[in-house]
Design a protein around this ligand. Structure first.
Ligand code: 6PG
Length: 246
């Protein structure tokens, strides 16, 4: 794989603008070439301003939303109207604000038995992506080096076969909780992977992820290496260890 591109930006708002421009560009290219664009979205706090920006007047018409299909990177196992639900955050910030047909939204079902939800999602992905890989994956990173819901030392980190798995996580960002998550092999089949990282609490893990040594069981983001695609990090100056972002 090519080494990832790393861009340091002054603030979370600057990350949102850069990410929005990259998503618009990737969507245009993909729709022109293939008449479709599959966009996989993460939860967490860092991408929320990006989702709001994509829904704003300046951007909403920049993407041909009826040609876009939106998928989840991971989900907390709660109902879709629960405040911890990634789907709820993404829907409120973006999906309900743009002209995206409801049928183009593929939600992980946090409200059903987690292994069933993961199995159903994995089978759906197997069918949908039988001929071509996913177009665009938006990821984040936790201060422990996790990405998606691939948490350090968890079973999900070792998964090499399934596209989507469920597991019970002792130390997740929402405490002890069940999670449904895409696996590294599926994420790595994407054409574009964009990782958003902001905040001084991420700088140590980010440095370790990027500069090694390789220890993906402890730093799951190290598992993310696109097979044929491109990987880019957008990092604010605080996460880059270069001082406080505004
Ligand atoms: C989730 C996410 C997760 C997130 C990181 C970073 O469900 O929590 O998908 O992988 O991207 O935890 O989260 P922040 O942006 O909130 O730091």
């Amino acid at each position: 794989m090519n080494p990832p591109n790393i861009h340091v930006l002054p603030s979370v708002d600057a990350i949102a603008m850069e990410a929005a421009d990259r998503i618009v560009k990737a969507a245009k290219e993909s729709i022109e070439l293939f008449d479709r664009f599959s966009l996989f979205l993460s939860g967490g706090s860092t991408p929320k301003p990006l989702y709001e920006l994509l829904a704003s007047d300046d951007y909403a018409d920049a993407i041909t939303w009826p040609k876009v299909e939106v998928f989840m990177v991971d989900e907390r196992c709660v109902p879709p109207d629960h405040n911890d639900s990634n789907y709820k955050m993404i829907a409120e910030a973006l999906l309900t604000k743009v002209s995206l047909p409801r049928d183009n939204i593929y939600r992980m079902k946090g409200e059903i038995e987690p292994n069933e939800a993961a199995k159903a999602y994995g089978l759906m992905l197997k069918e949908k992506f039988a001929e071509y890989g996913p177009d665009f994956m938006l990821l984040g990173m936790g201060s422990d080096g996790h990405t998606a819901s691939l948490f350090p030392h968890s079973e999900a980190v070792k998964e090499t076969h399934h596209r989507c798995v469920a597991h019970y996580v002792e130390n997740s960002t929402t405490g002890k909780s069940w999670r449904v998550t895409l696996t590294a092999p599926f994420i790595n089949s994407a054409r574009d992977i964009l990782v958003l990282t902001a905040g001084a609490n991420k700088s140590k893990a980010l440095q370790e992820v990027l500069e090694g040594p390789e220890d993906p069981d402890r730093l799951p983001l190290q598992l993310i290496k696109p097979v044929h695609g491109r990987m880019t990090y957008l990092v604010d100056i605080a996460a880059a260890g270069m001082g406080d972002a505004d």
